[in-house]
Design a protein. Sequence first.
Length: 109
Amino acid sequence: MRLALDDFGTGYSSLAQIKHFPIDTLKVDRSFIRNLPMDSEDRAIIEAIIAMGKTLSLTVVAEGVETMAQDNFLRELICDEMQGFYFSKPIAPDKFADLLRKNNTASQK
């Protein structure tokens, strides 16, 4: 079992939770992703979270990726995982295997 801290950087999430709980994954709140790469403060926050996550051997997931510019910026920082409308709108469970097959075939070309 793996434990993720969702919406990291907002609400009740804090650095103390990383230290005191057996967290495996940080899911960065979409509010920090929304204005990437144009907003220098959001860029700095994302860079720091990814660097901290790597130092602590945590998986960092960027939530709410919606543009190629956001995807490119996060790839440059070697963000572990991304999710958002840029990759796919929400789909029914029975369509998920088709989506994986389609993307796997496209990546092999």
